[in-house]
Design a protein. Structure first.
Length: 94
């Protein structure tokens, strides 16, 4: 299931980059919890991409079938960052 999730994650990230996402990272903690982090050019681009969610239904279903629990998005505003300026816009963590 982890491989299916990772492949779906990569495919969805590629689609989201065409919709304004800067990119994303997928992490796995030592205790087994997975955490995702995405950066967007702005909140409006993220909201518009969310409206197109039905077009991505198959990828979303593949990812949801592999997880036990999900959390709502958490919007983060960088206060201090040492990433390139384009990477410091809007962070969304799922």
């Amino acid at each position: 299931m982890e491989d299916q999730f990772c492949h779906a994650w990569q495919a969805l990230t590629a689609i989201q980059r065409q919709r304004g996402a800067i990119g994303s990272c997928l992490y796995k903690a030592d205790h087994g919890t997975w955490m995702a982090y995405a950066q967007w050019s702005n909140r409006s681009a993220w909201e518009q991409a969310c409206e197109l969610h039905l077009q991505d239904q198959a990828l979303s279903e593949t990812m949801l079938a592999a997880v036990e629990d999900t959390w709502p998005p958490i919007f983060l505003t960088p206060i201090i960052g040492q990433l390139p300026p384009a990477a410091q816009e809007l962070h969304v963590t799922h």
